[in-house]
Design a protein around this ligand. Structure first.
Ligand code: GRF
Length: 197
């Protein structure tokens, strides 16, 4: 039996596309069962549908100020497909402990920095401001603390002279597209050993 994988997105879903492509390329212990976005305008929804993956939308805006109700709606969509693994991929909403706790050890996220450095937003600009010569991305298990769970994989990206946050982000994203599928392929097979690219 394959592991059933749900993926949360907020925008274009470039990481989701790579995860689905890799699962559909054969010899993978996981299969994509749902791509969910927190807005109907997420470009990744159409891409998921074109790849034959079921989609859902739970818009966070009607739940403004009531995060538990939003998260209950998310979980209700997940309950329809009973996933074994939940991948956050460019999902831009913070999830509370109430949602995360039942997914302990089964939820992954990709973050565009070499955690534990630069948790939160604007990671590329912060690395440049700090004068770092190396940056990168991390796939980690999600825990209630933001961007803080056990690390499953990292990819290093050199900072080049003249880099802007945009040029650096582009190179990091290209490594995310290599790292996340590699980590999910192993994780779905029950292997949590660290991957370093
Ligand atoms: C990327 O910067 C990624 O690091 C972060 O969300 C951004 C968009 O990702 N998690 P995607 O293209 O929607 O996968």
């Amino acid at each position: 039996m394959k592991k059933r994988v749900a993926i949360f997105i907020s925008g274009g879903g470039s990481n989701m596309v790579r995860l689905v492509e890799d699962m559909q390329s054969g010899d993978h212990a996981g299969e994509p069962v749902l791509v969910l976005a927190n807005g109907a305008d997420a470009g990744g929804l159409k891409k998921a549908q074109e790849m034959g993956v079921a989609t859902a939308v739970v818009d966070h805006r009607p739940f403004k100020g009531n995060r538990p109700a939003f998260e209950a709606a998310l979980q209700a969509e997940l309950d329809k497909v009973s996933p074994d693994i939940l991948c956050l991929a460019g999902f831009m909403r913070v999830l509370t402990e109430g949602f995360v706790a039942p997914w302990d050890g089964k939820m992954l996220n990709i973050h565009p920095s070499l955690l534990p450095k630069y948790k939160g937003l604007h990671t590329h600009a912060r690395a440049l401001e700090a004068g770092d010569r190396e940056h990168g991305c991390t796939v980690h298990l999600v825990t209630p603390a933001l961007d803080d769970g056990p690390i499953l994989g990292q990819a290093n990206v050199p900072v080049l002279d003249g880099d802007t946050a945009e040029t650096l982000a582009t190179r990091v994203l290209a490594q995310e597209h290599r790292l996340y599928p590699a980590v999910l392929r192993r994780f779905a097979g029950g292997d949590t050993s660290l991957i370093r690219l």
